[in-house]
Design a protein around this ligand. Structure first.
Ligand code: WT7
Length: 637
């Protein structure tokens, strides 16, 4: 069993100083001073950062807090993030620089210069326009990790429409719910995706989702695997066929957007069953993501940046697609599984493409660590100069392995704490800053983070509390799509008087002011870095005819961070059996996708509840871990 508090105590005094050559190269040499200066005047700080980008028209006001918590940034400015990510590079030497290098799981390769990517985006933007997509419409995108995914996102944003990318590992119901919530009339998908040498039938899943959410009028299908798919006449079109029509001209006017116009919706789990559509906008998001990437990973023109996340998550939106392109960087993207066909697939590609910065998740690091040191040692990893981690707390053991075996003790590890809602890195080191394994170190400049008690007062060093953000920042989510009340309730109600943003994480600060994230305080469970809501999995279980009631909890796991255990009350007359366990797992896989499948399912007669009927998952968890169940005075039975 893994215990975060024990990890923290063990690593609290273990300090790693950056090598001199890293410090010399770093944009930010005195992180503490830059942070202090930024916090003294956040508006001046962000205005200065925003000057590095192009704006069609300047802002009248940096921050408008008159309708808090609905903050507005760069009020009155006109822009389009795609202008900064692509258009502006075409008139510079970067025109022929490589923007994206891609490798498919079967080993096929492609690369796009800034000019070629710009052309592809323009062509597809024209295709979307010809399908009737207009400014303010939503477009849902559901596919694997192929270049057409970023192309579709950028094309959507270029014409002022709003993309909603649904991760390719989600089930038909999850996709249907998201299409319905966003009311997308166009869905962009693929015939299939490669994963571990097999193909996933994305088009079949998309067909079923559209059957359940019939708002979709057109589907554009990228041919990736070549498998047989059903194409409905008049509704479905092949991407490559549309792209070869005269309407797909390589020139396309970029829509002029207000800084606060919506850029994308990204669904994420919260405390209630329905996933939230987190909304980000053009202006603040472009400033925030590009500044954070530039300073935290010291992006230089000769870098080859590899963010190994999926573009379908916020990490991919911000740090595969938008920020690297805004900075004019070269990015690498890989389609498949890290251990396919062998556990050295990643290290082979680091060597082959000369990757200089690798950014991944603790669960991937632990997974690769399990195969031993021999696999990475076979490859020349000397191109690497920085490493990164995101998604969940990294345990010091995995941190040390990553540092020693992958980074050869010369690559500082940027452990970046942030969320879908924050748009970009919030608590993170920069390359010149001393590190402690397992700590995300300090808040980024302009970010006023604190750890507080129930009343909102700061707790003492080494005490656990709630992580809050005290001042707004440009990359913050603007609302929950179609449900502004939920936005207020979820993030701002808890510390309403003080105006703090509630992150939903618990954390502590040590005596040196280093932040240590502990974990979620709400009904969200992190499995392999994926954020899952207990309510979604419980409702999937309850939708099975044999189940009366269900509760799920997260149990610490060496590899995945957490795994799910489910407690199920069966309907009268139904007998629990191993066969039923398998059937329920299958059912959950079908309803909400493979990541949400419980590792264990227990049949029980009752669940611990409060008198008002709320399931006390805390009690289930304490019992499962053999711990003291704590205060149960509110327990009904
Ligand atoms: C939650 C947000 C932001 C990109 C991926 C996840 C956890 C994220 C760290 C980290 C400890 C972390 C938090 C957070 N988390 N990064 N470096 N150290 N915990 O985005 O799916 O919105 O999840 O992930 O619990 O609240 P997300």
């Amino acid at each position: 069993m893994v215990d975060r508090h024990e990890d923290i105590l063990a690593a609290e005094h273990e300090i790693y100083y950056p090598p001199p050559e890293v410090v010399e190269k770093a944009y930010i040499k005195d992180y503490d001073a830059v942070r202090e200066k930024a916090l003294a005047d956040i508006e001046a700080f962000w205005a200065e950062r925003a000057q590095e980008l192009d704006w069609f028209e300047p802002w009248e006001k940096v921050l408008d807090d008159s309708n808090a918590p609905f903050y507005k940034w760069f009020v009155g400015a006109k822009t389009n993030i795609v202008h900064n990510a692509l258009d502006r590079h075409i008139n510079t030497w970067r025109k022929n620089k490589i923007a994206l290098i891609w490798e498919g799981e079967p080993g096929d390769q492609r690369s796009y210069s800034y000019y070629r990517l710009w052309q592809e985006v323009n062509k597809f933007a024209n295709v979307l326009r010809s399908l009737g997509v207009k400014k303010g419409d939503t477009v849902t995108i559901y596919m694997g990790r192929v270049p057409e995914l970023p192309i579709a996102m950028l094309a959507t944003a270029k014409i002022g429409a709003i993309h909603s990318v649904v991760y390719g590992g989600f089930s038909e119901q999850a996709l249907a719910d998201r299409i319905h919530d966003a009311q997308s009339r166009v869905l962009i998908t693929a015939d299939g995706a490669w994963l571990r040498g097999k193909t996933v039938n994305l088009k079949d899943i998309a067909d079923e989702a559209v059957h359940r959410s019939p708002v979709v009028e057109h589907m554009v299908v990228v041919k990736r695997t070549g498998q047989q798919v059903n194409m409905e006449q008049g509704r479905d079109y092949w991407y490559h066929e549309l792209m070869s029509l005269p309407i797909a001209s390589p020139h396309c006017e970029t829509e002029v957007m207000d800084a606060e116009d919506p850029l994308f919706i990204l669904y994420t789990s919260g405390t209630t069953g329905k996933p939230k559509g987190v909304l980000h906008t053009h202006g603040g998001y472009q400033v925030y993501t590009s500044t954070t990437l530039k300073w935290v990973f010291d992006i230089k023109d000769d870098d080859r940046w590899w963010c190994a996340a999926d573009p379908g998550w916020i990490t991919g939106h911000s740090y595969i697609v938008y920020a690297p392109l805004i900075l004019g960087a070269t990015s690498f993207m890989y389609e498949g599984a890290p251990n396919y066909p062998y556990p050295d697939r990643w290290w082979r590609m680091v060597e082959k493409y000369g990757i200089t910065i690798l950014y991944t998740a603790p669960t991937a690091i632990r997974g690769l660590m399990r195969f031993g040191d021999a696999w990475p040692k076979r490859h020349d990893l000397s191109s690497l100069r920085l490493l990164g981690s995101v998604g969940e707390p990294i345990n010091p053991e995995a941190w040390r392995w990553y540092y020693r075996v992958i980074g050869k003790e010369k690559c500082p590890i940027m452990d970046t704490w942030w969320q879908t809602e924050t748009g970009g890195f919030m608590i993170t080191p920069v390359p010149s800053y001393p590190l402690k394994p397992g700590s995300a170190t300090k808040p980024f400049p302009g970010i006023d983070a604190e750890i507080v008690d129930e009343e909102g007062d700061p707790v003492k060093p080494n005490e656990d509390g709630y992580l809050v953000i005290k001042k707004p920042w440009p990359g913050m989510a603007r609302t929950v799509w179609g449900d502004p009340d939920r936005y207020v309730k979820q993030y701002w109600e808890r510390y309403k008087e003080k105006g703090y943003y509630l992150t939903g994480d618990s954390a502590r600060k040590d005596e040196d002011g280093y932040f240590w994230i502990i974990g979620r305080i709400d009904d969200v469970i992190k499995v392999s870095g994926y954020r899952l809501g207990t309510a979604e999995i419980e409702s999937a279980l309850v939708s099975h005819p044999a189940v009366a009631e269900a509760a799920v909890i997260g149990i610490p796991d060496e590899l995945k961070g957490n795994v799910i255990w489910a407690y199920v009350i069966l309907k009268q007359g139904v007998e629990g059996s191993d066969k039923l366990v398998d059937e329920l797992k299958q059912h959950v896989r079908h309803e909400t996708g493979p990541i949400t499948v419980p590792a264990k399912i227990f049949f029980v007669d009752s669940l611990p509840k409060t008198r008002s009927g709320k399931i006390m998952r805390r009690v289930l968890k304490a019992r499962a871990l053999g711990k003291d169940v704590g205060d149960t005075s509110t327990l009904a039975d």
